[in-house]
Ligand binder design. Structure first.
Ligand code: ADP
Length: 576
């Protein structure tokens, strides 16, 4: 491991260093004062013992003879190697082992003397200007021959410094030793933390570039490191699993995309094709699609406008487009988070051609059948008029009813194919005055309404609607016709309303209603709900298919709600 600046090791060593340094300083300060106190106490105690012994060696004869007293204390002072002073209670010095007592000034104000006079013994430390060093003065009061004297012993405190210096040196050596030992320990401990951390950092770097196959061997003695390493291993394992899953998913999706018949194209926000399949190449007859702008590949204004519009509105709507003699159904989707657009193109040319053939066939057959059928119906009517035999008339009537039914079907088929032909023609959107519109319609149904004694109520909350007159007429003719057909008593009600963005038109009846099972299918071509009930009324099953077709052409929606036995309501909404 290469130790760099600001590694865990340098961080620990730096801080430990400061810590040890502070400990040594505080140990020094503390021991200096502690040792000084102990030493001074010892000096003092030693002096006190000397004072007691000194007191015992003095008697009344000596104490009153100052010359003798001075000789005596000088003698003792030499033996104990300490200066001795004898002071009277008034502070006057009567003997001193080092100076002439007669020249010495009054000592009453010396701290140790003043205090000893009150509390019998006291000491003080003062700097001696004569000796140029600290002195300790220990004084005690004694009574000799009923007179109080103060005996004082003074000595230098220089030994104290020596002792302290000795301690200082030892503390520094200990500190130095501590630093050396600590460096080894810190190196060892920091490695314990830094090695796995460095390893995790190396592996994370690898993981970010997708290499996830290595795991960390972790040291179980440190909980945090252990759980960090363990979690890292779990994380890489689950990431690995997710990546593999994603890889498989991607491969599956690629396989699906390339095998579908529909052309798939994914376009980024700039408009570049970032993904596509073989079917798209075939559809647009271009090989060099990758990363091209879609408008370079699809050279068709209608299609490009559609794509542009979709990117603007984000509304998915299937659109039929003619491209290179092909009919394509296009649908789109948008992925919000990476701002990509998915386009699917379905080649519906064959289906469309078949549809055209089917439509042509139906319309041709219907045309061909209409003439003979009308003839059959006419002749049957003539036959019935001429026939007197009632039992035969019954059969003629049956033939007439079926012929009529066939004519209905043919007529509906023809109008449906006409509508579909019209599909590509433009609708004529105009302002339709609803009052007038429904007045004309009502006239059409006058007979059939009065035959069944039904009422037709029209309630208009709007006056004008913008729509195609022909289509709207067809819608209402079929809906009112059905309402009359499937209602025996009661009334039919038409309403027109609006809300903020659409016109709402309703046709309501009080008829037999539609069974729930049929309700989803009644708009299908030729679907006749519950044939038994329709038998008495003639219907082709195409009426609602025409209605639905027209409503969708007008960009509207149609829904039906019905309760069997109570009636039905057809609700249409057209955008404004
Ligand atoms: P049809 O020509 O048979 O009336 P439609 O397509 O118009 O065909 O209607 C399909 C089926 O829906 C009908 O057979 C009928 O059963 C049901 N239907 C349509 N309108 C009504 C209504 N107003 N009340 C009850 N049933 C209805």
């Amino acid at each position: 491991m290469k130790i760099k600046r600001n590694t865990i090791f340098s961080y620990l060593i730096r801080n430990y260093f400061i810590l040890i340094f502070l400990s040594i300083i505080s140990a020094l300060v503390f021991s200096y004062f502690a040792i000084k106190d102990i030493y001074l106490d010892a000096l003092n105690e030693d002096a006190e013992t000397d004072l007691i012994l000194l007191n015992e060696s003095l008697n009344e004869n000596i104490i009153e003879n100052y010359e003798l007293l001075n000789l005596k204390i000088k003698d003792i002072s030499l033996k104990i190697k300490k200066r001795i002073t004898v002071i009277k209670k008034d502070g006057s010095v009567i003997a001193d082992s080092e100076q002439d007592y007669k020249t010495m000034d009054n000592h009453i104000n010396r701290k140790e003397i003043a205090e000893a006079l009150i509390q019998n013994k006291a000491y003080s430390i003062r700097y001696s200007t004569t000796l140029k060093m600290d002195m300790i003065y220990t004084a005690a009061m004694f009574k000799i021959n009923d007179i109080y004297y103060i005996l004082r012993i003074s000595r230098t405190v220089k030994n104290n410094e020596k002792m302290l210096n000795y301690f200082k040196k030892n503390i520094f050596i200990t500190g130095l030793l501590l630093i050396i030992i600590m460096t080894f320990f810190v190196y060892y401990f920091s490695r314990k933390i830094s090695v796995p951390v460095i390893k995790i950092s190396e592996l994370s770097k690898k993981a970010s570039s997708g290499i996830l196959d290595e795991t960390i061997y972790f040291d179980k003695s440190l909980y945090e490191i252990m759980s960090l390493s363990e979690n890292f291993n779990i994380m890489t394992a689950s990431l690995n699993e997710r990546i593999n899953e994603l890889k498989t998913e991607k491969e599956e999706i690629n396989a699906i995309i390339s095998s579908v018949k529909e052309g798939i194209m994914v376009v980024n926000n700039e408009g570049r094709i970032i993904r596509y399949n073989d079917s798209l190449i075939k559809l647009f007859n271009r090989e060099d699609i990758d990363n091209k702008f879609y408008w370079e590949v699809i050279r068709d204004n209608e299609l490009n406008d559609y794509i542009k519009n979709f990117k603007k509105n984000n509304k998915n709507k299937i659109k039929e487009i003619e491209y290179n003699n092909k009919i394509l159904f296009c649908s789109m989707n948008h992925i919000e988070y990476n701002k990509t657009y998915i386009f699917i193109f379905y080649d519906a040319t064959e289906i469309k051609n078949l549809e055209i053939i089917k439509k042509d066939f139906i319309s041709n057959v219907s045309h061909e059948l209409r003439t003979p059928l009308t003839a059959i119906r006419g002749y049957i009517e003539t036959l019935m008029e001429e026939e007197t035999d009632k039992s035969k008339i019954k059969y003629y009537k049956i033939i007439e009813r079926h012929a009529k039914r066939l004519i209905f079907i043919i007529n509906d088929l023809l109008s449906l194919s006409k509508l579909e032909e019209q599909k590509d023609q433009k609708m004529v959107i105009e302002e339709i005055k609803l009052k007038k519109f429904f007045k004309h319609l009502k006239i059409l149904f006058q007979d059939s309404l009065s035959k069944k004694d039904l009422k037709l109520n029209i309630k208009l909350n709007i006056e004008i609607i913008k729509s195609d007159m022909f289509m709207l007429e067809q819608i209402f003719i079929n809906l009112i016709d059905n309402a009359i057909k499937y209602t025996d008593k009661g009334k039919i009600k038409i309403t027109a309303d609006e809300n903020a963005d659409s016109y709402i038109l309703k046709v309501k009846d009080t008829g037999i209603g539609i069974p729930e099972k049929d309700i989803d299918r009644i708009f299908e071509r030729f679907y006749v709900a519950d044939k038994s009930r329709s038998r008495k009324s003639v219907g082709s099953g195409l009426g609602l298919a025409i209605v639905k077709h027209n409503v969708l052409q007008l960009n509207g929606t149609i829904d039906v709600r019905s309760v069997p036995g109570e009636g039905s309501v057809f609700v249409m909404k057209f955008p404004k």
